[in-house]
Design a protein around this ligand. Sequence first.
Ligand code: GLC
Length: 457
Amino acid sequence: MIAKHDIEAEAWKLLERSIIYYQCRPIGTVAAIEPGSDALNYDQCFIRDFVLSALAFLIKGKPEIVRNFLIETLSLQSQEPQIDSFKPGPGLMPASFKVESENGREYLTADFGEHAIAKVPPVDSCLWWLILLRAYVKATGDISLFHQKHFQKGIKLILQMCLVHRFAMYPTMLVPDGSFMIDRRMGVYEHPLEIQVLFYTALRAAGDLLLRNDDSTCNLYNSVHKRLASLTYHLREYYWIDLKRLNEIYRYKGDEFGKEVANKFNIYADSIPHWLTEWLPDTGGYLAGNLGPGRMDFRFFTVGNLMAIITSLASVQESQSIMNLIEFRWNDLVGNMPMKICFPALEGMEWRIVTGCDPKNTPWSYHNGGNWPVLLWLLAAASQKTNRLELARKAMKLAEKRLVEDSWPEYYDGKNGRLIGKEARKYQTWTVAGFLVAKAFVENSQHLDLLSFESHE
Ligand code: GLC
């Protein structure tokens, strides 16, 4: 086995090799550099993927690339109102971008989903962008960047797009299927936890970044705080599942009419999956994957649950319960490679209907219950935040044992993540960066400042 410091050195070498230059300045990192494989769009810089590279660079004291990235992606943001509904609306940030050149002149092309497989719009990009901007300010103390007029305008456009009233009367954000890390049809439309937690985090970040220098920005600032209060209440109150709540749902009455009813969303007890009643430990709990009319998605989603811990959306008690669940169900949720993107997988007829027979998302593969090493960083940060470092260390050991040997794959397959993903890229950049960030979070709790917020219990 390779020594620990060699693994770190190799990871840094790979991360540096993935850097994209634009007019001689570093501005991002490519998604993967697997020699000999069909690049598809893995030669682009994805906003969500770059967040991991950015955190690694910020922690290392190399903020320049992050600053350049924030500037260039802001210039790609869709700004003008569109009459053409095939074009991105104002505020939207691209999923990914690429440097191209013509007659020696370099330019950037952005993909807002028009090129992506199944044409999925990236709802999470603008949320990550705000979260990263705040992390950059926290790491460097450089407030001059977000004070600039066009940065304030960019922040405003994102907020206006996210806060606008549409047809939903929930504080959560209504989104289409596959509009974030899970970017293929997986039944994650409506009000998925993964987006709601990013929405909450982005609003908290915006609260720190928006300058209040006229009536309109003061009003926007107030809207941010109002929405945050109702969003936090809604997620904590209605998405939370533990044994007590499960008992309540089990005995819910259906079809209640009126304002003050217990079963607000008309969830039927029969929709509780059989696996859950056995699976949930007495001391464990988690936030449900989705909630809507007559619908509670009982699957466990990792990004939402762990980000909720890191950002204090989950209370101290709830955070401990989530970590208890991970500890108790380690084989299911972490297995041989930290960690599962969601649990359990959709199988049989459910897989056919929900994924549309997607051959890449077969049960226990890719987004459908695959293990993604990039998620190690979330487990490390959440362990640090909850003082459960023994869990992070155990997870790090698994990653150290395999990642180098397996050439830093994008994901692993199987119930316990023993197989390298069937179509996984090797040398996936966010696997590499996620490992470096995880290591840093385990070693130093101060790095949590980059992403955490004061708790309002
Ligand atoms: C895949 C993943 C997506 C990721 C992209 C680049 O499309 O589903 O989450 O951003 O690859 O790595």
